[in-house]
Design a protein around this ligand. Structure first.
Ligand code: SAM
Length: 246
Protein backbone atom coordinates (compact mmCIF):
# COMPACT_ATOMS: atom_id res chain seq x y z
CA UNK A 1 0.00 0.00 0.00
CA UNK A 2 1.34 3.46 -0.92
CA UNK A 3 2.08 5.65 2.14
CA UNK A 4 -0.43 8.48 2.63
CA UNK A 5 0.83 12.05 2.06
CA UNK A 6 1.96 13.58 5.36
CA UNK A 7 -0.06 16.30 7.03
CA UNK A 8 1.86 19.60 6.94
CA UNK A 9 0.77 22.84 8.62
CA UNK A 10 2.46 26.22 8.60
CA UNK A 11 3.56 27.70 11.91
CA UNK A 12 4.14 31.30 12.91
CA UNK A 13 4.26 32.77 16.43
CA UNK A 14 1.06 34.59 17.39
CA UNK A 15 2.96 37.76 18.10
CA UNK A 16 6.14 37.51 16.04
CA UNK A 17 7.60 40.87 17.06
CA UNK A 18 7.65 40.37 20.82
CA UNK A 19 10.96 39.25 22.41
CA UNK A 20 11.90 35.58 22.75
CA UNK A 21 9.10 34.26 24.97
CA UNK A 22 11.02 31.87 27.26
CA UNK A 23 12.74 32.63 30.54
CA UNK A 24 16.11 31.47 31.80
CA UNK A 25 14.27 28.91 33.99
CA UNK A 26 12.33 27.63 30.95
CA UNK A 27 15.66 26.94 29.22
CA UNK A 28 17.46 25.33 32.18
CA UNK A 29 17.45 21.53 32.69
CA UNK A 30 17.08 19.95 36.12
CA UNK A 31 20.70 18.83 35.73
CA UNK A 32 22.41 21.78 34.06
CA UNK A 33 26.02 21.55 32.86
CA UNK A 34 28.19 18.41 32.97
CA UNK A 35 26.93 17.37 29.54
CA UNK A 36 30.38 16.07 28.59
CA UNK A 37 30.32 13.59 31.47
CA UNK A 38 26.64 12.69 30.92
CA UNK A 39 27.35 11.79 27.28
CA UNK A 40 30.80 10.24 27.92
CA UNK A 41 29.61 6.60 27.84
CA UNK A 42 28.70 5.67 24.25
CA UNK A 43 25.09 4.64 23.76
CA UNK A 44 24.81 2.33 20.75
CA UNK A 45 21.03 2.32 20.98
CA UNK A 46 18.19 3.86 19.01
CA UNK A 47 16.19 6.64 20.65
CA UNK A 48 12.98 6.12 18.63
CA UNK A 49 11.22 2.87 17.73
CA UNK A 50 11.60 0.94 14.46
CA UNK A 51 8.38 2.28 12.97
CA UNK A 52 9.46 5.88 13.62
CA UNK A 53 12.86 5.12 12.04
CA UNK A 54 11.29 3.64 8.87
CA UNK A 55 9.07 6.70 8.52
CA UNK A 56 11.87 9.18 9.25
CA UNK A 57 14.00 7.52 6.54
CA UNK A 58 11.10 7.85 4.11
CA UNK A 59 10.66 11.51 5.09
CA UNK A 60 14.37 12.15 4.52
CA UNK A 61 14.23 10.30 1.19
CA UNK A 62 11.54 12.73 0.02
CA UNK A 63 12.97 15.89 1.60
CA UNK A 64 16.78 15.86 1.70
CA UNK A 65 18.63 17.25 -1.32
CA UNK A 66 20.05 15.15 -4.18
CA UNK A 67 23.42 16.88 -4.00
CA UNK A 68 25.37 19.21 -1.74
CA UNK A 69 26.24 19.35 1.95
CA UNK A 70 24.11 18.22 4.89
CA UNK A 71 24.80 18.64 8.61
CA UNK A 72 23.43 16.19 11.18
CA UNK A 73 23.83 18.01 14.49
CA UNK A 74 23.36 16.42 17.93
CA UNK A 75 24.27 13.24 16.10
CA UNK A 76 25.30 9.77 17.22
CA UNK A 77 26.29 6.46 15.58
CA UNK A 78 23.16 6.58 13.40
CA UNK A 79 21.54 9.37 11.38
CA UNK A 80 18.54 7.43 10.00
CA UNK A 81 19.35 8.53 6.45
CA UNK A 82 17.93 6.47 3.55
CA UNK A 83 20.13 4.36 1.24
CA UNK A 84 20.13 7.03 -1.49
CA UNK A 85 22.00 9.44 0.82
CA UNK A 86 24.60 6.76 1.68
CA UNK A 87 24.96 6.01 -2.08
CA UNK A 88 25.36 9.72 -2.86
CA UNK A 89 28.02 10.04 -0.13
CA UNK A 90 29.89 7.06 -1.61
CA UNK A 91 29.75 8.70 -5.07
CA UNK A 92 30.87 12.06 -3.69
CA UNK A 93 27.60 13.78 -4.67
CA UNK A 94 26.69 14.55 -1.07
CA UNK A 95 28.91 15.36 1.91
CA UNK A 96 27.40 14.76 5.35
CA UNK A 97 28.96 16.54 8.32
CA UNK A 98 28.19 15.63 11.91
CA UNK A 99 28.51 17.10 15.36
CA UNK A 100 27.68 15.49 18.68
CA UNK A 101 28.94 14.68 22.15
CA UNK A 102 30.44 11.21 21.93
CA UNK A 103 33.56 10.37 19.94
CA UNK A 104 32.98 6.59 19.73
CA UNK A 105 29.41 7.09 18.48
CA UNK A 106 30.35 9.64 15.80
CA UNK A 107 33.35 7.61 14.65
CA UNK A 108 31.02 4.67 13.97
CA UNK A 109 28.43 6.65 11.95
CA UNK A 110 28.94 5.47 8.34
CA UNK A 111 27.36 8.55 6.80
CA UNK A 112 30.29 10.72 7.93
CA UNK A 113 32.81 8.47 6.15
CA UNK A 114 34.07 9.80 2.83
CA UNK A 115 33.27 7.65 -0.23
CA UNK A 116 35.93 5.20 -1.39
CA UNK A 117 36.66 7.28 -4.50
CA UNK A 118 36.88 10.47 -2.50
CA UNK A 119 39.74 12.75 -3.41
CA UNK A 120 42.13 14.23 -0.87
CA UNK A 121 39.83 17.18 -0.14
CA UNK A 122 36.91 14.90 0.66
CA UNK A 123 39.02 12.89 3.09
CA UNK A 124 39.01 15.82 5.50
CA UNK A 125 37.38 14.80 8.76
CA UNK A 126 33.63 15.24 8.57
CA UNK A 127 32.59 15.14 12.22
CA UNK A 128 33.59 16.86 15.42
CA UNK A 129 32.68 17.02 19.10
CA UNK A 130 31.02 20.14 20.43
CA UNK A 131 29.06 20.92 23.56
CA UNK A 132 26.51 23.33 22.07
CA UNK A 133 25.36 24.37 25.54
CA UNK A 134 28.85 25.69 26.22
CA UNK A 135 29.54 27.07 22.75
CA UNK A 136 26.45 27.44 20.54
CA UNK A 137 28.41 28.80 17.58
CA UNK A 138 28.83 25.84 15.21
CA UNK A 139 32.42 25.95 13.86
CA UNK A 140 32.33 24.69 10.30
CA UNK A 141 35.42 22.91 9.06
CA UNK A 142 36.98 23.80 5.75
CA UNK A 143 36.77 20.92 3.30
CA UNK A 144 39.66 20.93 0.85
CA UNK A 145 40.42 24.46 1.99
CA UNK A 146 36.91 25.63 1.01
CA UNK A 147 34.42 27.13 3.44
CA UNK A 148 31.43 24.83 3.85
CA UNK A 149 27.93 26.05 3.00
CA UNK A 150 25.00 23.82 3.93
CA UNK A 151 22.05 22.79 1.79
CA UNK A 152 20.22 21.09 4.66
CA UNK A 153 20.56 20.23 8.34
CA UNK A 154 18.93 17.56 10.45
CA UNK A 155 18.63 16.98 14.18
CA UNK A 156 16.86 13.96 15.65
CA UNK A 157 15.20 13.95 19.06
CA UNK A 158 17.77 16.34 20.50
CA UNK A 159 16.66 19.97 20.13
CA UNK A 160 15.06 19.65 23.59
CA UNK A 161 18.54 19.32 25.19
CA UNK A 162 19.86 22.62 23.84
CA UNK A 163 19.82 25.51 26.30
CA UNK A 164 20.77 28.08 23.62
CA UNK A 165 18.78 26.79 20.65
CA UNK A 166 18.32 30.20 19.02
CA UNK A 167 22.09 30.79 18.93
CA UNK A 168 22.72 27.29 17.54
CA UNK A 169 20.01 27.60 14.87
CA UNK A 170 21.18 31.13 13.95
CA UNK A 171 24.72 29.92 13.50
CA UNK A 172 23.56 27.05 11.28
CA UNK A 173 21.33 29.40 9.30
CA UNK A 174 24.26 31.73 8.75
CA UNK A 175 26.17 28.83 7.20
CA UNK A 176 23.22 27.68 5.02
CA UNK A 177 22.74 28.51 1.34
CA UNK A 178 19.67 30.54 0.40
CA UNK A 179 16.74 28.12 0.07
CA UNK A 180 18.43 25.55 2.32
CA UNK A 181 16.37 23.83 5.00
CA UNK A 182 16.58 22.59 8.56
CA UNK A 183 14.60 19.54 9.72
CA UNK A 184 14.16 18.99 13.48
CA UNK A 185 12.70 15.56 14.29
CA UNK A 186 10.80 15.37 17.58
CA UNK A 187 9.25 12.52 19.54
CA UNK A 188 8.15 12.13 23.14
CA UNK A 189 10.97 10.19 24.83
CA UNK A 190 13.82 11.99 26.54
CA UNK A 191 16.49 12.01 29.25
CA UNK A 192 14.26 13.96 31.69
CA UNK A 193 17.02 15.55 33.75
CA UNK A 194 18.68 16.92 30.61
CA UNK A 195 15.83 18.49 28.63
CA UNK A 196 15.17 22.18 29.18
CA UNK A 197 12.74 22.84 32.04
CA UNK A 198 9.74 23.98 30.00
CA UNK A 199 9.82 20.80 27.86
CA UNK A 200 8.54 18.78 30.82
CA UNK A 201 5.85 21.30 31.76
CA UNK A 202 3.99 21.58 28.44
CA UNK A 203 2.06 19.25 26.14
CA UNK A 204 3.20 17.92 22.76
CA UNK A 205 1.48 20.66 20.74
CA UNK A 206 3.18 23.33 22.87
CA UNK A 207 6.56 21.60 22.44
CA UNK A 208 6.19 21.76 18.65
CA UNK A 209 5.27 25.44 18.88
CA UNK A 210 8.26 26.03 21.14
CA UNK A 211 10.55 24.54 18.49
CA UNK A 212 8.75 26.62 15.85
CA UNK A 213 9.54 29.67 17.98
CA UNK A 214 13.21 28.69 18.26
CA UNK A 215 13.35 28.65 14.46
CA UNK A 216 11.50 31.95 14.08
CA UNK A 217 13.75 33.79 16.55
CA UNK A 218 16.80 32.33 14.82
CA UNK A 219 15.68 33.97 11.56
CA UNK A 220 14.35 30.88 9.74
CA UNK A 221 11.11 31.32 7.79
CA UNK A 222 8.40 29.21 6.09
CA UNK A 223 8.21 27.18 9.29
CA UNK A 224 6.10 24.01 9.02
CA UNK A 225 5.09 21.20 11.35
CA UNK A 226 4.89 17.79 9.69
CA UNK A 227 3.10 14.81 11.28
CA UNK A 228 5.38 11.94 10.30
CA UNK A 229 3.96 9.27 12.64
CA UNK A 230 0.80 9.59 14.72
CA UNK A 231 1.79 8.08 18.07
CA UNK A 232 -0.26 5.44 19.84
CA UNK A 233 -0.23 3.21 22.86
CA UNK A 234 2.37 0.96 21.23
CA UNK A 235 4.32 3.30 18.96
CA UNK A 236 6.36 6.48 19.19
CA UNK A 237 4.98 9.65 17.62
CA UNK A 238 7.23 11.56 15.27
CA UNK A 239 7.01 15.10 13.98
CA UNK A 240 9.40 17.23 11.97
CA UNK A 241 9.47 20.97 12.54
CA UNK A 242 11.20 22.40 9.50
CA UNK A 243 12.05 25.76 8.03
CA UNK A 244 13.83 27.45 5.14
CA UNK A 245 16.51 30.10 4.83
CA UNK A 246 14.59 32.61 2.73
C1 SAM B 1 18.66 11.20 22.44
S1 SAM B 1 20.27 11.43 21.76
C2 SAM B 1 19.92 11.47 20.04
C3 SAM B 1 21.14 11.19 19.21
C4 SAM B 1 20.89 11.06 17.72
N1 SAM B 1 20.39 12.28 17.13
C5 SAM B 1 20.03 9.87 17.41
O1 SAM B 1 18.94 10.04 16.87
O2 SAM B 1 20.48 8.75 17.71
C6 SAM B 1 20.60 13.10 22.24
C7 SAM B 1 21.81 13.71 21.59
O3 SAM B 1 21.77 15.09 21.82
C8 SAM B 1 23.07 15.60 21.68
N2 SAM B 1 23.31 16.58 22.76
C9 SAM B 1 22.80 16.59 24.00
N3 SAM B 1 23.30 17.61 24.72
C10 SAM B 1 24.15 18.27 23.90
C11 SAM B 1 24.99 19.38 24.05
N4 SAM B 1 25.09 20.05 25.21
N5 SAM B 1 25.74 19.78 22.98
C12 SAM B 1 25.67 19.11 21.81
N6 SAM B 1 24.89 18.04 21.60
C13 SAM B 1 24.15 17.62 22.63
C14 SAM B 1 24.04 14.44 21.78
O4 SAM B 1 24.62 14.24 20.50
C15 SAM B 1 23.15 13.26 22.11
O5 SAM B 1 23.58 12.10 21.50
Amino acid sequence: MEPQPLSVRPYAPTNPTRPFPYTQADMTPTDPGNDASFYAPPRFVTHIDDNAIVNLKRYYDDNLPEMGTILDFCSSWISHYPPRIHDAVAKGEIVVLGTGMNEAELARNPVFAPGKDADVAARDRRWWLQDLNVDPDVPFPKLGGQEVKLDASTCVVSIDYLTKPVEVLSSIRHQTNQGGKVHLAISNRCFPTKVVGRWLEVNEKQRLEMVGNYLHYAGWRDIEIVDVVIGGFLNDPLWVVRATKT
